[in-house]
Design a protein around this ligand. Structure first.
Ligand code: 5GP
Ligand code: ZN
Length: 114
């Protein structure tokens, strides 16, 4: 938990946000500024800054992020047509919230990355 971190505040419940999913390791929300018809964020409760800080012991948390993303997209009937999972890492990627999060984008044909 980092005191001034937006996603830590959401994780702890200090900040009220409509959660699409909430379990012991991760939660999921809709992105406030969606770049696709469906744009979800799957976020670990632990304060991991970004992909550069992921360690082997985070394996169960990272796996849960993928499992939750797949279940949510299946429930939204977007699994069959496909979708994009992306992680921004640091400044050049345009990361704005320094707490690891998975972007899950779907519902339209997406352009190339980058
Ligand atoms: P990043 O740019 O760090 O990879 O992604 C951060 C994402 O968090 C952005 O897509 C941004 O729109 C989203 N975001 C920032 N603040 C909020 C918020 O208060 N609520 C929600 N639901 N999403 C947010
Ligand atoms: Zn945090």
């Amino acid at each position: 938990m980092s005191d001034d971190c937006l996603f830590c505040k959401m994780a702890s419940g200090a900040l009220d946000v409509g959660k699409l999913h909430d379990d012991d390791l991760v939660f999921a929300i809709k992105d406030i500024n969606p770049r696709a018809p469906t744009h979800l964020l799957v976020i670990p409760k632990e304060h991991i800054v970004d992909g550069r800080d992921v360690r082997a012991e985070h394996g169960p948390t990272v796996a849960r992020m993928f499992v939750v993303a797949a279940a949510l997209m299946e429930s939204l009937q977007l699994a069959k047509r496909g979708y994009r999972i992306a992680f921004n890492v640091g400044e050049d990627a345009g990361m704005t919230v320094p707490h690891l999060h998975m972007h899950v984008l779907g519902g339209r044909r997406l352009g190339a990355e980058g």
